[in-house]
Structure formats: C-alpha cells, structure tokens
Design a protein around this ligand. Structure first.
Ligand SMILES: [Zn+2]
Length: 436
C-alpha cells in the first residue's frame, strides 16, 4: 500500500469516527425541544426600541466584521495558493541564510502580520462602533495591547505547531501524517487544558469573591449539582467591556467559578445564580471534554486531508514547493487552515448551540427559578444591546448560542412542563414607559 492510499484509509476512518462522535456526543434537537410548545417571540420581552437598537448595532458591526473576515481569508488564500506567499517567505528569510527554519518561523510571522495589519483598520472600526454605543470600555491604548496579546498568542501557537509539522515532514516525507495527526490531536488536548491557566490571566485579573450570601449560595449550588469547586473568583472584565458573563474553568481541584464584575454590579443574586447554574451545566455534562474530543478528531482529519491534498496536487509545478517539508510551504499551510476553519464554522456553531441549549435546561432544572432565568436572559441581551432578531444566514453560520427569544421561550416551556412555578410573564416594559 502506498503512503497516500494508507492516509486515505486512515482519513476515511477518522472522518467516520468524527461523524459518529458528532452523532453520539452532541445533544441534537435540544435547542428545538427546549422551547417546547412556546414559540420564540422577541416582541414579548423586548420593546420595539430595544429590538431596533440591537438590529441597528448589528448592522453597524456586520460591515467591518464581514469585511475583515473576507479580507483575511482572501489575502491568506492569495498568499498561500499563488506563488506570492512563497516569494515573500523567501525574501524575509534570505538575510537570515534562507534556511527552512527561518522560512517557516520568520516567513510565517511576516505572512500573519501582513494579514493582521490589513484587517486592523476594520478591527478599529468595529471597536469604535462598540465604544460609541457603550459596549466597550477600553481606552485605545488598552485595545491596542489586547490586539497585540491576541495576535502574539495565536501567532506563537500556530507557528510553533506548523514549524514542528514541517520538521517532521522533512524527516519522514511520506509518513509525516502519522506523527502529524497524533501530534495535532495531542495539541488540541493540551491547549484545551492549558487555556484557563495560561490564556485567561493574560487578559483578566482575578480576585476571590468576598465572603457573603452570594458566595455561599454559589458554592451551595455547585455542591447541589455534584460539581467540586475550589473557589469563586471575580474577573475585572469592566476594564474592557460592559457585557455580563460568568464561566466555570479548570479541572479537579483547580476548578473555579468566575463571575464578571459587571454581572455582580448589575444583576440581582438570583440572576447571578441562574448564570452560574448554566455554567455548572457545562461541567456536569462534560462539555469541555466533548468539545476537546471533537476538536482532536477534527484536527487529525485536517492533517490527514492536508497530506492527501499535498500528495495529490502538483505543488512543485504550482507553487515551486518540494512538499510540506519545504519551509516555504508555510504560506500554503496557513491558507489551508484558514479555509478549513472557515468552512467548518457552521458545524462548530451548530454543535455549540445544542450544547448551550442543554446547559440552559440544566440551569432551570437546578435552580427551578424560570423567572430569574428569564430576567437574566433579558438583561444579558439588553446590556450588550444584542440583536434579538438576527439575520438567519449569519446566525446559522456564526451563532454559538440559541437566540435570546429562544432562551426566554425555554424558560417558559420549562415552567409549563414542570408546574408548581409561575410561567414568566412578558418582560418588556410597558409601551408607555418606552418614551415614544
Ligand atoms: Zn454556556
């Protein structure tokens, strides 16, 4: 069997495993079933003015957002799928001796910088929309620092991984995909475990929540849920955003509940509990483990597909490359990854929506307080001035959570089915209070 035939067999096996895992591990249908007989309707809980504001804001943000995405994808493809990227990589590595290592690292960094600089104005445009509308509380210098940190982290991770891949391909030109696929899976696992320890502290500072009723009730909630929690921390999110959030991160005896200071300032305790109960749902349903397993299989499939594609296409005639072990292949590798990640976005979003819907049901089961859950959903949406009637196509492609209207319908459906609690009434302030 040729290496290519072997890789195709393994690729078919890994893709089959991924399809089976997607079928078995993702709670398909939860997002639809959770709303039960209640039809999601934003106009019950949001005023006409609130709906219009969210709609206007999302229109203002979608222009720089999609332009930046399209520019980034188009430019990365132009550099990677034509000889232009190869020429750039050669030019910047030449003063360093032109070896494959400098081509992959300094060359790769140059390509990433070109794309980042081209999309920077659109990032600044979106940030200025968020600032004018009170969603971002960052100063421009602190926005710049965040952009630098984000770019540095992702560039370092990408280039280290791809340089190792190129090194392995140089050593085993026909069989690098075996080590490459296993290494990619291992990288996904390590990154998912290291993320809360390494990345979170780069962007936020955490302080233990002061002793008091809320801290005790959050710890009691976790205990009731059978989730071991080491601490409750407050993140200083208000330095950069006005949006509300909380999450649970870490594993075993490092697991902690993290609550944004913005949430503490604005929401009553019952709503903070509803948010934390949702996050505990992610822990007790092992959503991080599920996401990591799916991500690892996806990464393996990506590496195998990369081998099959590069062993099939005439890369030498097309781009003048001897193969993936050629340091200048970094341009092609970056473009290949960019296209794959864009095309897999709708699948990732659909998986996320089902998992988020399950965590919502978990929160309702745990707190048995659909009223607080519903008020919390209204607050999250109005504070972040989110679009509660999103564009259907964009929502299918990028929407990671059920819509606010669907989550409010979930609270009402839960109350209807479980009885013993009042079904939350309409939450939109009366029309007379709308001020016009
Ligand atoms: Zn969630």
């Amino acid at each position: 069997m040729t290496p290519r035939a072997a890789a195709i067999v393994v690729l078919v096996l890994v893709v089959s495993a991924l399809v089976v895992a997607l079928g078995l591990l993702v709670p398909w249908g939860t997002a639809r079933d959770a709303t039960g007989s209640v039809t999601p309707d934003a106009s019950i809980d949001f005023t006409t003015a609130e709906i219009a504001l969210g709609d206007r804001l999302s229109r203002l943000l979608v222009v720089p957002g999609l332009t930046s995405l399209g520019l980034s994808l188009g430019l990365t493809m132009l550099l990677g799928f034509t000889p232009i990227g190869v020429k750039v990589v050669e030019a910047v590595a030449r003063p360093l001796g032109g070896g494959w290592f400098w081509q992959a690292t300094v060359g790769g960094l140059t390509l990433l910088l070109i794309v980042r600089l081209a999309t920077l104005p659109f990032g600044a445009w979106a940030e200025s929309v968020r600032r004018t509308n009170g969603l971002s509380t960052r100063s421009w210098p602190s926005w710049g620092v965040d952009v630098l940190k984000g770019f540095g982290l992702s560039a370092a991770l990408t280039l280290v991984a791809l340089t190792v891949l190129i090194a392995v391909a140089r050593r085993w030109p026909d069989w690098w995909w075996v080590a490459g696929a296993l290494g990619a899976a291992a990288l996904v696992v390590v990154a998912s475990f290291a993320y809360p320890l390494v990345v979170e502290p780069v962007f936020n500072k955490f302080t233990p929540m002061a002793d008091g009723e809320l801290r005790s009730s959050l710890l009691a909630l976790a205990e009731q849920d059978g989730v071991a929690v080491d601490d409750v921390l407050v993140a200083d999110a208000s330095r950069r955003t006005s949006t509300l959030n909380a999450y649970v991160s870490g594993f075993g005896n490092t697991r902690r509940i993290v609550v944004y200071d913005t949430l503490l300032k604005q929401a009553p305790d019952a709503e903070v509990e509803a948010v934390v109960a949702h996050e505990l749902g992610h822990v007790s349903d092992r959503d991080v483990v599920v996401g990591t397993a799916l991500g690892a299989l996806g990464a393996m499939a990506l590496v195998l597909l990369l081998y099959v594609v590069t062993a099939t296409l005439p890369l030498d005639r097309w781009l003048g490359l001897s193969g993936v072990g050629d340091g200048r292949s970094i341009a092609f590798l970056l473009a290949f990854i960019a296209v794959a990640s864009f095309l897999s976005t709708p699948v990732q979003s659909a998986v996320s929506r089902e998992i988020e819907a399950r965590a919502d049901v978990h929160a309702l089961d745990l707190t048995e307080d659909p009223q607080a859950f519903a008020e919390m959903q209204r607050r999250l949406a109005t504070v972040s001035k989110s679009d509660v009637t999103p564009n259907r196509v964009l929502y299918q492609w990028f929407g990671t959570h059920p819509t606010a209207a669907a989550r409010l319908a979930t609270a009402r459906a839960w109350a209807l089915v479980h009885g013993g609690v009042d079904v939350p009434g309409p939450l939109a302030p009366a029309a007379a209070d709308e001020g016009g």
